[in-house]
Design a protein around this ligand. Structure first.
Ligand SMILES: [Zn+2]
Length: 405
């Protein structure tokens, strides 16, 4: 290795060529396999037929966007970086969005790279991630709020990319995010670029549907533009995606506060850590929920009531869940409830507006069935020196900075 820097006890090589690391939001391996098999990703196919590699790794549980983006940009698990959900219940019992960098308990790879003199850049589709990615002064922009943002020299970023940003519920926003990242990186001379996409398409349609085909064709072309511009390109998904509907096509939901009330558990508070501003994606329904209890003497009663619900496949107490999934024990519930592949968990009927789905069938994530994620590097990797631990999406920067042949 030449020059290096260290983030969270892991050493990274300063890149010799510009690197683009993409967080491919909601890219269940089924989408990638389908798009490759039916010829919708010719550039990716070409690199995989050559030097590139397509691996399957693991996501951080809960398989939500913020915990996995933060795992990827810190290179460490939620137990160490402190981010266990998109939403969190603070000490006063208030639910808050996890968007403030003060929640971070670990440094980011981008901040330590910048401190070592590497030109870094983060671009996210979703504004909700921008402040976390900007931790420590890293230049960070969002496509969602592109019209309000400028470079340090005053240039509006929409002028840098040369076209206005699509809306947050527009399938083209992820393509725009990559183009925005490439345009700003070219202007600033950035050497380590992180682009985090949005999973609106994956929440809305299954693999093989026309919108998915159109999305993957356009993303493939955008990745091709990055390769043509000389970037080393790699991507990892933050989580997979599964249909969460019953045989009648309606969302398959278990409402935990209602079940707990019926079982005589009083004062319980279900928190859905998928909750974020983008309700059209998922109506705040995912396959994992925290339950905070007012009275820990009711823990076994609550656990029994939740475990007996159809579609619930696991109920762990705080410490067992922290141990099993590398979570910060103080930022999860007294109970952690896991739904099966086809089921999501909510608070109560009144707390979720299924009408916000705008008529699309519910597809979501959060549990163990969305844990397998594609990890793709469009360059040759050196053989691993040892049979290391299992590959995770948080290893993306290690692969791109340390493991190229
Ligand atoms: Zn996501």
């Amino acid at each position: 290795m030449g020059r290096t820097f260290v983030a969270n006890d892991r050493e990274y090589a300063v890149p010799r060529r510009p690197v683009l690391a993409v967080c491919a939001d909601g890219w269940d391996p089924d989408y990638v396999d389908d798009a490759l098999a039916r010829g919708h990703m010719p550039r990716l196919s070409e690199t995989l037929d050559g030097d590139g590699c397509y691996l399957i790794g693991r996501a951080q549980v809960p398989t939500f966007t913020n915990p996995n983006n933060v795992a990827i940009v810190t290179g460490v698990s939620a137990a160490r970086n402190g981010i266990a959900g998109n939403h969190y219940r603070d000490e006063s019992g208030r639910e808050v969005q996890v968007t403030d960098p003060s929640f971070l308990r670990a440094d980011t790879i981008h901040r330590t790279a910048a401190a070592a003199g590497v030109g870094v850049l983060c671009v996210t589709a979703k504004e909700k991630l921008r402040r976390l990615l900007a931790y420590g002064g890293v230049p960070a922009f969002s496509a969602e709020a592109a019209h309000e943002q400028s470079l340090a020299d005053g240039s509006p970023i929409v002028d840098v990319v040369g076209r206005p940003a699509p809306g947050i519920y527009d399938w083209e926003l992820s393509v725009y995010t990559i183009d925005l990242a490439l345009a700003i990186a070219t202007r600033l001379g950035s050497e380590l670029v992180y682009a985090s996409l949005t999973d609106f398409v994956q929440h809305t349609v299954a693999p093989g549907e026309p919108l998915a085909d159109e999305f993957y064709r356009a993303i493939d072309a955008a990745l091709g533009r990055a390769l043509d511009a000389g970037f080393v390109v790699g991507l990892a998904a933050d989580h997979g995606m599964r249909a969460k509907t019953g045989p009648d096509g309606h969302p398959n939901v278990r409402y935990l506060d209602e079940a707990l009330g019926a079982a005589g558990v009083s004062g319980a508070h279900t928190l859905c850590p998928i909750t974020d501003p983008y309700v059209v994606h998922h109506a705040a329904l995912g396959s994992l929920a925290w339950v905070h209890l007012a009275d820990l003497d009711q823990l076994e009663r609550a656990r029994g009531a939740l475990a007996s619900l159809p579609g619930v496949e696991g109920v762990l107490d705080r410490h067992a869940a922290a141990e099993a999934f590398d979570l910060p024990a103080d930022r999860i519930g007294d109970l952690v409830v896991l739904a099966d592949e086809h089921t999501v968990l909510g608070k109560s009927r009144a707390a979720h507006d299924l009408g916000s789905l705008n008529g699309h069938a519910l597809r979501s994530h959060g549990g163990l069935h969305e844990r397998a994620v594609p990890i793709i590097v469009c360059s040759r990797l050196a053989p691993a020196r040892t049979a290391g631990p299992e590959l995770h999406n948080r290893d993306l920067h290690d692969l791109l900075l340390n493991r190229l042949a």
